[in-house]
Design a protein around this ligand. Structure first.
Ligand SMILES: [Fe+2]
Ligand SMILES: [Fe+2]
Length: 274
């Protein structure tokens, strides 16, 4: 089966890129399952119930999150009900929502999807161990299906690579998110696990990680706080397409993709901070 994983969707331009580009990608790559990280989907930080609905309608089967998961409180209205919306699994057990799910793929069985948040160089208070959390969730999904995709939302390349080797032979794919910059190290590890350190960003590429260049520059130069608007130009969807043997759960191939919208009609959104 072919699984498309798209990197962090940033604001309205990112949502527009998904809506415009996914139908084409679905056909071109015969996509069976579409997973995307949605932690920046609402104005650059967080996600709302309306946007979750919009992304599901646009074809995103499973939405994963990250350090911005609680930025929009409206997520609390749906996170317990929507089993196709994940928050990192290594939050404490009392936290609303879930860190993994198993979704049906018509004619191809089912896929376990797991979301974890790294602890290295993350500005939040550290969470529980993401390795133990992933192991626990994977044990659960593997009772239902051999196919699994893990979103490792983390800053440090070392932590993400460690995750790849930790789950080598156990997960079908370990996909890094959070840095918004796609890395060129996609590979199939020797245990049959597809791996990439970061699959990139879905949103405006004439930007600094999806935000207005001017504002981010001012912040670096003056070291004073500035409003970071979501940028609006050069909309692209970046991610990976992973082909997984649905009977064994082993990955056959992983391919990086970066596709542009035909017309640049993005609309920026006001938003403060990151
Ligand atoms: Fe993040
Ligand atoms: Fe992000």
């Amino acid at each position: 089966m072919n699984i498309l994983f798209a990197g962090d969707i940033v604001g309205k331009p990112g949502r527009k890129a998904v809506e415009e580009l996914f139908p084409r990608l679905k056909e071109e790559y015969s996509i069976d399952l579409f997973i995307a990280n949605g932690e920046n989907a609402a104005g650059g930080s967080g996600i709302t119930s309306d946007i979750v609905w919009q992304l599901h309608t646009a074809g995103v089967d499973v939405i994963t999150m990250g350090d911005h998961v609680w930025k929009e409180k409206d997520i609390l209205n749906i996170i317990d009900e929507d089993h196709r919306l994940l928050r990192p699994a290594n939050f404490p057990p009392e936290t609303p929502g879930r860190g993994s799910t198993v979704v049906e793929v018509p004619g191809k069985g089912s896929v376990g999807v797991i979301n974890v948040l790294g602890r290295v160089l993350m500005f939040r208070l550290p969470l529980d161990c993401p390795f133990r959390a992933a192991e626990r969730e994977l044990e659960n999904t593997r009772t239902q299906t051999p196919v699994s995709v893990v979103d490792v939302h983390a800053e440090a390349t070392s932590e993400k690579l460690a995750f790849g080797y930790f789950l080598n032979g156990k997960a079908s794919a370990v996909i890094g998110t959070h840095t918004h910059v796609q890395t060129a190290d996609e590979t199939i590890l020797d245990g049959g696990t597809a791996y990439i350190t970061d699959c990139g960003m879905t949103g405006p590429f004439r930007s600094i990680l999806g935000r207005d260049i001017e504002a981010v520059l001012k912040s670096f130069i003056t070291r004073m706080p500035h409003y970071f608007k979501v940028a609006k130009d050069d909309l692209r969807l970046t991610g990976v397409v992973v082909d997984v043997n649905e009977n064994t759960g082993k990955a056959r191939s992983i391919q990086r993709i970066q596709v542009r919208c035909d017309e640049e009609q993005g609309e920026g959104e006001e938003n403060q901070g990151r």
